[in-house]
Design a protein around this ligand. Sequence first.
Ligand code: HEM
Ligand SMILES: [Ca+2]
Length: 667
Amino acid sequence: KYYLSEVPEYYEGYDKQCGYVSKCYGDRSCPNQELFGEYEKEAFIKAVAELLSNEEKAQNSCYRIGQSEFDFGLFQTKSIKPNEDLDVRRTLTTEKFLKTLAKKVGKCQLRNLLDGKCSTNVTLSCCNGVEQITCDPDNPYRSYDGSCNNLQNPTWGRRGNALKHPIAPCYSDLVSKPARSKSGLPLPQNRKVISELADFLEKYGPTSSSSLNMFMVMWMEMINSDMIGRANKRAQCATQGFRGCRADGRDRSAFVSMLSNPLRMPSDDPYYGESGVSCLHFSPQEKANDRCEIKHAGERNMESSYLDLSCMYGESPNYDEKGKLPLYHCGASEPITQAAPITVQFAAIVGLFGKLHNYCVDRIRSCPKSKGSVQERCRALTIGVYQKIIYGQLLPLLFGEELYNLCGLDCEYNPYAESTVSQTYKNGPGRFAHVWITDEMMYKQEGRTEWRPFNEFFRNHESFDCTGTLAGALETPINTARLVDAIVNKFYTIDGERGSCLPCIDLARNRDAGLCPLVTYKHFIEQAVGEESNCYNTFEDLGDMFSPELIEFFARHYEHPGDIDVLFANMDQRAYSGANMPKLVSQSTCLEFKRLKCTDRFFYTWNPNLGEGAQHLIEILDFTALLALFTDMDEVPLEPFLVDSAKAAAVDVRNYLESVNYLYCQI
Ligand code: HEM
Ligand SMILES: [Ca+2]
């Protein structure tokens, strides 16, 4: 069985095993710390200056993407709240400090320092004074930000924490400069690899189809937004994105700032070459190192890592006087209406859970007697149903029986492991499902079936009928053959012509976060799960993962098999038997979901505060029930993640559910 990997501080397994001897091998030297105080002072000044300049730019509309531009909202930034100000400054100060060190001290010395091999106090002086959280161990309900889930370590899993690097990042200077190829040259250009991969798949891509549907994809997206909330670099006021390109995309803008880092589009691009668009927006992510630790800092996670519907319930309780959530179109809660980019299908799926919460409140209120907080008991039920569908229905389908059993999801609560999402998952293999997105989605309006371009669903949600939206998603098969136009060229477009490139953003994130190469990560996972590993000295060695044509493609773009970006784990052609994801992606997904389950003190299967009624209802309620209760469908699917599922009459389902309404009184 896969075990929850205790990750080494610095992992050099692949290089060691495959004979790439590190230049620092045997070098135990540490940097001279005499000047650290000096560097820190300088770093502080730089950080303060940058933050001031960011504030000034955020006030100036020239620096913001305008309302009429297609990518307005695509790189939305939240506000830095007054109480977060200090954290952001400390994080930035430490980042600047490390960048200075990268310039001033030798690489092996820096490496030893970052690996914790040098005796030193590991935090900078700017972080003196640590906040204390006190938890009430008898509180039967989850907090809204995830704190106090782990009683010994109240901050574990909390909103705002850093993602963790499972292996030390592979920046070329160890702290921030992009990785380079083995020979020292830059890696292949982002847009060029992606657009040519799209062309390649057009020619050689698999011809298989899948019976999974887009409803499942959007449901996975919802789970994703519950465990990861990205933080594009922020200023004190929220924005819909900072500008790096001119509005016409023909060049970088004069208003580029530290808040933006646009991507280059080559002039011979197969899609954009003609139009002269040569610049795509991209926003760097905020890091989180609020304790000024001298270590590899991860990106800030704006959601609690627990699968607790934090993306729907928000940062703090927000209910009406009865305990109901204020809900908007298709049942979207307030935080969902504020997020971008969001498709109406996504909003409608989250909406089913918002409606379940409110339905539960109504049921409890009609009970003869009830004890405890109505909203919190309904929240616990709703989260229980949600977790049940993830672990009981979705993962078995994605993993297939072999991996599902191997993965060892039958763990008990483990208070010694930290709840966190890995940096690699977020910016690499976790984005795998983006290749499933289709050019068009089905939409059913007043009995008519239409196919509409993917981009249309991002805006004017109110103009869509919620039942028709969900019914269409259920009958739209996922794309398995190609990287479609809708994500490579027209992502988030308004006019159907000019859009963004989601896989390009994915690759840029992969590189920005300093993720190590594919083969290194593969080796790491294989160690964690106890499998044998290969070394990759020639491109032919990749024959265990990729087809000969794809190997040839990579050989044309990369100098060495050990240079290939980990994002391309999504092209792995191996799979566990019965699985619906590539092997490396499914292994990575297994480790993440196992950690999130086993570190959650309130996971529904062991939460002692769920009454018998709640436990029974969690068994009964699933998407079939939610669709019957909260949409106008006449027939509801029995296998909601598959197209052409067998169906049941919604009235029958509703009648059955009414017969168990008494359970809400024993919640
Ligand atoms: C179906 C529609 C989907 C759309 C339109 C979509 C779109 C996006 C966008 C725009 C981003 C932010 C890109 C960036 O700035 O870094 C993103 C990030 C991400 N997506 Fe998706 N995605 C979808 C489905 C999924 C699914 C099914 C998964 C798999 C579970 C997934 C996994 C991720 C991950 C791990 C990230 C990075 C973390 C984050 O920013 O939340 N996405 N997605
Ligand atoms: Ca969460």
